[in-house]
Design a binder for this molecule. Structure first.
Ligand code: MN
Length: 130
């Protein structure tokens, strides 16, 4: 079965690149352009992985992560913050908000999938069911 990935990202170019890389590697990609829609879709779809931009319109990525972690059915969902390289403080804040880990922007097409799969594998190692 194809694993579903929800990408919450308001930047078209980043979204396009992530979608391309995910689909190319056999993942199903669902997307939301803002935090509110992201929470709505995550709750409906229960994706295996959520890629979460931090700077989003309406509700930022930290608030989205905190909200999703309140839902017991998403306690173990792999939530990966997509943070800007220029903003190191974002990473700690993302982890504090409940993210599993982070990937740096700009997206590196050579390492993007490996990074995601590493987080996924670690989560499965911990016995989490997706
Ligand atoms: Mn953004």
């Amino acid at each position: 079965m194809k694993k579903s990935v929800l990408v919450v990202e308001d930047n078209e170019q980043n979204l396009y690149l992530m979608r391309y890389l995910l689909e190319e590697n056999g993942y199903e990609c669902i997307s939301a352009r803002d935090g509110k829609k992201g929470i709505e879709l995550a709750t409906q779809i229960k994706p295996a992985i959520i890629l979460l931009d931090i700077q989003l319109p309406e509700i930022d990525g930290y608030a989205v992560a905190r909200e999703l972690r309140k839902d017991v059915s998403m306690t173990h969902t792999v939530i990966i913050a997509v943070t800007s390289y220029a903003m190191p403080g974002d990473r700690e804040r993302a982890l504090e908000a409940g993210c599993t880990g982070y990937i740096e922007k700009p997206i590196n097409p050579d390492t993007f999938l490996d990074e995601i799969e590493q987080y996924l594998a670690n989560s499965l190692d911990e016995g989490n069911q997706l």
